[in-house]
Design a protein around this ligand. Structure first.
Ligand code: IMP
Length: 417
């Protein structure tokens, strides 16, 4: 059985959560492979709106187990809070497993993130302030602490050594935390954390070998990938489909399909280039209509038209086999809808790689809008002619079939091909 992957192909917040929720009932395991609680996946089922940060979005389906893979970085307090919230609404949280290879985000990572942003001044990246970058720095510096260290009791010595090293290097960062408090607080959390910890490689490969179906859920978006996104305005993990292999410890030969999720327009939170951004009333209207405020930080999201150059780039770096377009309903009522179809630098055509160039200009193609309320549409044939033409263009731009289009936040507000 091959594993299927769902990734976001813009700057995050594409609506992966609802896509994974819609698919999860057909799988035995839904796995997250990267990031931490910088992600905010929102799912709306009937009157209930659920914001998930670290637990995979399949959690509202009864069948799948939820696996937090070795490539993630996890705050213990955030993890427990989320588990308690889920238990409180009747979810069987014994289905939630964490790889022993996943790294812990400690309060000193959060302090470091905030200090680091402050030191960057005007060039701040606009991180979520969740300690993600510093936790990945510790991981690659080989001084990170994993769930395996919690299990075998070596974490306290590692925290002491790590904070002593940090203290020597970053006086301002560690003045915010106390070593023994960090260890005592962590020890108090262990009884609630350790029952979920599994040998991540045995767990996943055992499941695949016994024929279980695995759905892999990306976090953030492809354009925030640390290697292929808009560096340095990126997150600190590999968010593209290839990251699933590293983050879960599976080979590329285990992957079947790769579905890319994109909004019908574009948003971005934090700093960094955004060529299709709208600084005018149209951008404000997109933000208001689309409720484009961060799930994690509450920050207003920057809004703009769909960027076909970026979408095509994302389709390539992920090896997409299909796509899902979300929030098409938000575009209802716009007289005309723009799509960025080309980049130019000094008048010459440019590739996505030029995105950080201050001279970059965009070419925009205009599409006729529609007024109809799309929320009742369930089949492509029910979409107004102009909306269908817009979706057909997005499909052409992406170069892969569009499987579904969302037209409302509810689970069933999905138009299928
Ligand atoms: P970090 O991941 O907190 O280090 O933040 C780095 C950049 O990624 C910032 O611009 C964040 O706003 C952005 N980012 C991180 N996670 C998400 C997400 O889930 N959705 C959208 N943007 C995100």
């Amino acid at each position: 059985m091959k594993a299927d992957v769902v990734v976001g192909i813009q700057w995050g917040d594409e609506g992966k959560g609802r896509v994974v929720d819609a698919l999860a009932g057909r799988y035995d395991i839904v796995a997250r492979f990267g990031g931490g609680d910088n992600a905010g996946h929102t799912i709306v089922v009937r009157e209930r709106k659920l914001a998930l940060r670290i637990v995979p979005s399949g959690v509202l389906q009864e069948r799948p187990e939820l696996f937090i893979g070795g490539g993630t970085v996890v705050s213990l307090e955030g993890f427990i809070k989320e588990i308690e919230m889920l238990a409180g609404i009747g979810v069987d949280v014994r289905r939630i497993k964490v790889s022993d290879r996943a790294h812990i985000v400690f309060p000193y990572h959060v302090a470091d993130d905030i200090v680091g942003e402050g030191l960057r001044g005007a060039a701040a990246l606009g991180t979520t302030g969740r300690g993600i970058g510093p936790a990945y720095i510790d991981k690659t510096a080989r001084s990170g602490i994993t769930f395996a260290d919690l299990r075998d009791g070596t974490f306290a010595d590692r925290v002491r050594a790590n904070l002593a090293a940090h203290r020597a290097r970053f006086a301002a960062t560690v003045s915010a935390v106390d070593t023994e408090t960090t260890i005592a607080d962590t020890t108090a959390l262990l009884p609630r954390v350790l029952p979920h910890v599994v040998d991540g490689v045995e767990y996943l490969h055992g499941a695949l070998e016994s024929g279980k179906r695995l759905l892999i859920e990306g976090a953030q978006g492809s354009l925030l990938d640390v290697g292929y996104g808009t560096y340095p305005y990126v997150t600190s993990s590999h968010t593209i489909a290839g990251g699933a292999c590293i983050g879960l410890g599976i080979g590329p030969t285990e992957i079947g399909t790769v579905a890319g999720v994109a909004k019908a327009y574009c948003t971005r939170v934090g700093g960094g280039p955004f060529p299709s951004e709208l600084h005018d009333d149209v951008g404000n209207r997109l933000r208001e209509r689309g409720a484009e405020f961060g799930t994690v930080t509450g920050r207003p999201r920057r809004c703009g038209w769909f960027d076909a150059v970026a979408a095509r780039y994302a389709a390539r770096i992920n090896g997409l086999t299909s796509a899902v377009i979300t929030k098409l309903d938000i575009l209802s009522g716009f007289e005309r809808i723009g799509v960025v179809t080309g980049y130019r630098v000094d008048g010459a055509p440019a590739t996505f790689g030029a995105i950080g160039d201050a001279r970059l200009e965009v070419e925009v193609r205009w599409f006729e809008g529609w007024d109809a309320d799309l929320s009742g549409c369930r089949k492509m044939a029910q979409l107004p002619r102009t909306a269908a033409a817009y979706v057909a263009y997005l499909e052409e731009a992406l170069g892969v079939p569009i499987d579904a289009v969302s037209v409302g936040p509810e689970r069933e507000a999905l138009v299928v091909a």
